[in-house]
Ligand binder design. Structure first.
Ligand code: MSP
Length: 620
């Protein structure tokens, strides 16, 4: 093992549905840490990937009429493409259906069996297929798993069990001593009290006749391996496949959210101890975030796709927002409007304007080295290192942007557009170099662009040496300002305020006229209704899952009186996409369907394209 190495992992994501913003969040955070360590000269291995076996995936593949392998191949491809779009610098992408991984898992299962850590018995407990986890009584509310709002199943079956209970004392010792470090402290306490309440042996197999989509146990072909045991081992196989296990194990940081800390704090280290492997150094549990105040989950269907956000706002805007808005380690909320606000105020106004201003002025008046520095970045470099050490990523960004403010104030105070002072411009450009290098793990693409304008390298060496440039070309615009989503109540409002004519020019039957400019803001698309669901206590609304090509939208529509479920299923429709989301009967509705409605509302008829046209097509 090299001292100067850094191995970081994300959880491997389930391939029961496409990537959502939650998985993107963990992976971006891991990417930031991987890039920071590379910048600091460490030899880095960054692993992410997909978790592709198990009952949940078997079920959705069957429902979609596909073979599980065909199904997961498509989803895994989507994950890889999304990670590319998000500029993720992973060294390897592991899939649990990789042959090498499957062999490796069979080997450890055999080893555990030979060492008598696995024995045959029977198992009875409540199980949530959504979590693919057994649940204790305290984790069940009204016979349902609160995470997935899905009834738990009482299962009793012949099964192989792993002697988890045997590791209880050793695990407590390792966790309490900090050798196996779980952060933040509150999560460590949670795991400790969970273990202290008593660890039971766990089932690690499923009958093949029920769950065939799994790795067969090497010592009993009638059983497949429990998906979690298979999944944990990715952290080891990922290295072995690349022949770097000796160099990188044990893992330095494993990132995840609170949903999977209990299993990572118990089963995972117990498997490592049982196979004679060292334990991870640190598990860091970041916060769980909600969407506009609501819990997000694949199973609940209110997911946001990161590729949709990248298309709309750009990779670095999204990376910046996710890392800055939610204190790392705490729960938080995601809202598109907050993203737009930060993009406009912090990226376009503060950072973008500074770069554009300084490069434009320097193109005209040049840059001249100056002795004695007022805009020193020494303190900044120190505090950023400290924040990376303590994994306070949002605070690192806060500091960098406080320094950007300082640069803006410096320019404002010294007015080089009046003085033509090339020394002031040099000093600011040198400060730009420094904060840009520190910003590069968070916003790699933007940092590259800035480094090309000011002609420096993104490296530690360049951070330590003064900028070496006297001439420069002004930059292109780095960030576009974005209009917020449309709140339908506000359409035409401004026009009415300023223009009395508008009121008197009302067309009978039409509430208000709107500007062509407003009309152009409306994003209408052809959608296809993929799923129709009831909403509890709603007598008018259906919850519809609508495909608009690249992503699915959840729309709550008052169509129950007018359409049966089967009439709606697979119907093409017109979706108003950029309507601000609304909560209806506890569900988030992310758009609206267009329909023709007669005066007394006895008829409501969905608007549908007359001929067949691709889903996602624009309505103009
Ligand atoms: N396949 C298992 C993990 C096996 S690892 C050996 C799994 N997959 S998952 O697709 O459900 O991903 C869970 C992880 O995705 C969380 O632990 C977290 O890293 C990330 N997130 C999913 N939703 C999230 C939020 N709403 N907020 C923050 N992180 C989110 O569990």
């Amino acid at each position: 093992m090299t001292k100067n190495k850094f191995y970081i992992t994300t959880p491997i994501y389930y391939t029961n549905s496409k990537i959502h913003i939650g998985g993107a969040y963990t992976t971006i955070a891991a990417d930031v840490l991987a890039r920071w360590n590379r910048l600091n000269g460490k030899s880095v291995f960054f692993l992410t990937g997909t978790d592709e076996h198990g009952q949940k995936i078997q079920e959705v593949a069957e429902q979609s009429g596909k073979k599980p392998k065909e199904f997961v191949d498509e989803i895994a491809k989507g994950f890889k493409e999304a990670f590319k779009l998000l500029n993720i610098s992973n060294d390897y992408f592991i899939r649990t259906t990789d042959k090498g991984h499957e062999e490796e898992v069979k080997n450890i299962l055999q080893e555990l069996y030979d060492k008598e850590y696995i024995y045959k018995g029977s198992y009875e407990a409540y199980y949530c297929v959504g979590c693919e986890q057994y649940k204790t009584e305290s984790e069940i509310i009204d016979e349902k798993c609160p995470l997935h709002n899905r009834p738990v199943e009482l299962r009793k079956e012949e099964s192989y069990l792993f002697k988890l209970s045997k590791f209880q004392d050793k695990l407590l010792k390792e966790i309490k001593s900090g050798r196996f470090c779980i952060l933040p402290e509150a999560r460590k306490k949670e795991v400790i009290s969970f273990i202290e309440s008593g660890l039971k042996d766990i089932s690690i197999s499923r009958l093949k006749e029920r769950v065939y989509w799994g790795i067969p146990l090497p010592f009993d072909k009638n059983h497949t391996c429990f998906v979690w045991v298979d999944a944990f081992w990715n952290y080891i196989t990922g290295l072995k496949e690349n022949k770097v296990f000796e160099k990188f194990w044990p893992v330095d940081i494993q990132l995840m959210a609170k949903d999977i800390i209990r299993v990572h704090g118990t089963i995972w280290p117990a498997l490592l101890l049982a196979t004679g492997n060292k334990l991870p150094k640190t598990i860091f549990v970041h916060g769980y975030f909600t969407i506009n105040g609501q819990k997000m989950s694949k199973s609940l269907g209110n997911v946001i796709s990161p590729t949709y956000l990248v298309d709309k706002y750009g990779t670095d805007s999204l990376r910046y927002f996710l890392m800055r808005n939610i204190p790392f380690g705490e729960d938080g909320d995601f809202s598109e409007n907050a993203l737009i606000e930060r993009n406009n105020n912090e990226l376009a106004n503060k950072l973008g304007n500074l770069i554009s201003r300084v490069s434009t002025l320097a193109e005209s008046y040049g840059l001249k080295k100056k002795a004695g520095i007022q805009l020193s970045s020494k303190a900044l470099i120190k505090s950023i290192s400290k924040y990376f050490e303590s994994l306070e990523l949002d605070k690192a960004l806060n500091e960098i942007f406080a320094f950007v403010d300082k640069c803006n104030e410096y320019i404002q105070k010294n007015k080089p557009w009046e003085t033509h002072d090339a020394e002031i411009l040099y000093e600011t450009a040198n400060a730009i170099k420094d904060f840009t290098i520190l910003l590069s793990p968070f916003m790699p693409e933007t940092s590259e662009k800035i480094s090309r304008i000011f002609n420096f390298e993104i490296s530690l060496k360049s951070l330590k040496s003064p900028l070496n440039i006297s001439k420069i070309k002004k930059s292109d615009v780095l960030f576009r300002k974005i209009d917020s989503t449309i709140d339908i109540g506000k359409l035409g409002e401004e026009k009415q305020k300023n223009n009395k004519v508008n009121k008197s020019s009302k067309i009978p039957g039409i509430m208000t006229t709107i500007d062509f400019k407003d009309w152009q803001k409306i994003d209408l698309r052809v959608g296809k209704i993929e799923k129709v669901e009831e909403i509890k206590d709603a007598d008018k609304l259906y919850k519809l899952t609508i495909s608009i090509g690249k992503e699915n939208r959840t729309v709550c529509a008052g169509l129950k009186k007018y359409y049966s479920k089967s009439e709606l299923l697979n119907k093409k429709c017109v979706v108003f996409l950029n309507l601000a989301p609304r909560t209806m009967k506890g569900q988030i509705s992310e758009g609206m369907l267009l329909a023709a409605v007669n005066d007394n509302e006895s008829q409501v008829i969905l608007i549908s394209p007359e001929k067949d046209i691709e889903v996602g097509s624009k309505i103009r």
